[in-house]
Design a protein around this ligand. Structure first.
Ligand code: ATP
Length: 517
């Protein structure tokens, strides 16, 4: 655990040191739950968004894009259920007066039981060696079975309490499990109450409830209210999807864990409109497609898993998360939800306008069902950063070993694709040649020029920001127009012609490498 927390601290420190993420308003001691993306962070985040957008919009002829406003007519949020039901259950510890999300306290308790099961499994591996059958062990080992049953029963009770909106049952669960405040150790809790997560503001000079506006807590509603505009103007037939990337705002009870839970964040959401009755088929298909999207970046399968929801939101008939093994454990990275016709029907009712599709095949009008995929760009950023952060030993120039910190980012995501380095900065002819090469390459992809310090240190700096290639210009370059190209991962250095650099780099950073999967 200490090792894991250590990794998280290192990732946060690395993010700041190399210009990926800063605390927002840091000179004023920061603002909780908000962060700023630095020069390299914005490049990495843009690349993540581009990957998502291309895979959704460019690769599907039946998915189109949208960029709806953050402010929406306030009735939108009454219709969607957010005014009445977009709440998190909050509870205060009487020991420390600290505030917690009641459901998260229970989830963390469940995670501890899961850790116990994993410990049992590890013992089993030790005992049985090569013959170990994990599935059989989990199903038959007395302790593992007991823990699993306990987990299941707690999850079911938590799910029921949340679905029934029964805050008393949630409090009973916390008391019964003897959950202690992580800060003070106290087991004395206040009653659990609901807390609405929407931020509000005022429209122009209209005072009171008349002018009350909300900052959208999800991008999805902008898609629903535009369903007919998009369907008609783009002449789409079912099934078709609308994709959107944009900011969302939630007044989270506790915004901890760096960019994992923020009060201002960015979502990448796609609503897929389907014929009623076909939604389960599409739900399964999108689960599979989204998992493949993550795996195509080289993220190991064991760091990703599905987690089916026990508590379904009021609008859903099936829901699963894709969880990622963050430095603080498996947590939701993306949600895939079968939202039924709830949202469109609600907007029909509240607006008095029809939001239906005329199906020429059957000559009927109906309200489509919706399957949604929803992922936070910031959570994806954190997943990518923590997965790629590596400290390893590599051979040094003197035949010994050195430790390097390297971001093993997939080249399509790397903020800088190629560094251009003159061997010596006090040789004008090398500097001039390097700059000529740089001025050509920068038309094709983001490059960085660096002449300061010994070449080894410059390589390390590029490793630390995940640059896939370094090009070194030396005296031979002046003679024969060749350079050394160094590969970040293999550390291999090869001699190639200046005219070949762009194609070598382009092959590795091509979107084809990830979109074709
Ligand atoms: P959680 O249970 O972690 O609060 P959620 O189930 O409320 O998340 P959704 O409403 O399904 O989340 O939102 C879809 C995605 O948006 C999430 O999978 C996550 O990646 C992202 N997201 C949600 N809330 C936040 C937040 N406060 N900060 C950063 N990303 C968020």
């Amino acid at each position: 655990m200490a090792e894991v927390q250590d990794l998280f601290k290192k990732v946060i420190a690395h993010s700041k040191e190399y210009g990926f993420v800063y605390q927002s308003s840091e000179i004023y001691d920061g603002l909780a739950g908000t962060y700023d993306y630095g020069p390299l962070g914005v490049e990495l985040k843009n690349n993540i968004k581009t990957y998502w957008w291309k895979s959704m919009v460019q690769m599907h002829d039946n998915i189109v894009g949208l960029d709806a406003a953050i402010f929406m007519h306030p009735t939108t949020w009454k219709a969607s259920g957010h005014v009445d039901a977009f709440n998190d259950p909050l509870v205060d510890s009487k020991g420390s007066n600290k505030r917690y999300r009641a459901d998260v306290l229970v989830e963390e308790y469940v995670a501890k039981i899961e850790a116990k099961i994993n410990k049992q499994v590890k013992k089993g591996i030790k005992r049985f060696g090569e013959d170990f059958d994990e599935a059989k062990f989990r199903a038959t080992d007395g302790r593992a079975v007991q823990y699993a049953e306990k987990m299941k029963s707690i999850e079911a009770r938590l799910g029921k309490a949340l679905t029934d909106n029964d805050m008393g049952a949630l409090k009973d669960l916390i008391v019964e499990l003897e959950i202690a405040d992580p800060v003070s150790g106290s087991k004395e809790w206040t009653d659990v109450r609901q807390f609405n997560l929407m931020f509000s503001t005022q429209l122009g000079n209209i005072a009171g409830t008349e002018g009350k506006l909300y900052l959208r807590p999800e991008t999805a509603q902008g898609i629903f209210v535009n369903f007919l505009n998009v369907q008609k103007s783009m002449r789409q037939k079912l099934p078709f999807g609308i994709a959107q990337i944009g900011k969302a705002f939630r007044n989270e009870i506790i915004a901890r864990q760096f960019i994992f839970r923020m009060r201002e964040f960015e979502q990448m959401e796609m609503q897929f409109f389907v014929k009623p009755g076909t939604e389960m088929k599409w739900y399964e298909a999108w689960k599979e497609t989204r998992m493949k999207w993550h795996l195509a970046l080289g993220t190991p399968q064991e760091k990703l898993r599905f987690h089916d929801h026990d508590a379904l939101a009021h609008y859903a008939n099936a829901a699963a998360d894709i969880q990622f093994d963050f430095p603080f454990g498996f947590k939701e990275l993306e949600g895939i939800h079968s939202r039924t016709d709830f949202d469109l029907k609600q907007h029909e009712e509240f607006s008095g306008k029809k939001l239906q599709f005329f199906d020429p095949a059957t000559n009927e009008n109906y309200v489509p069902y919706v399957v949604e995929t929803s992922i936070g760009a910031d959570r994806m950023f954190l997943a990518i950063l923590s997965n790629s952060f590596t400290e390893e030993e590599v051979p040094n120039a003197k035949g010994g070993v050195a430790t390097r910190t390297v971001l093993k980012l997939h080249p399509v995501l790397a903020p800088i694709k190629c560094a251009v380095l003159p061997l010596l900065k006090n040789k004008p002819e090398l500097v001039a040649k390097a700059k000529t090469i740089l001025n050509q390459l920068k038309f094709d992809f983001p490059c960085q020029y660096d002449e300061k310090d010994a070449i080894g240190r410059r390589y390390r700096r590029q490793d630390a920001i995940g640059t896939p290639f370094c090009i070194t210009i030396d005296f031979d370059t002046l003679e024969d127009d060749t350079v050394t190209i160094r590969d970040r991962d293999t550390l291999e250095q090869t001699r190639i012609k200046i005219s070949e650099i762009a194609s070598v780099v382009k092959e590795k950073i091509s979107w084809r490498t990830v979109l074709g999967q």
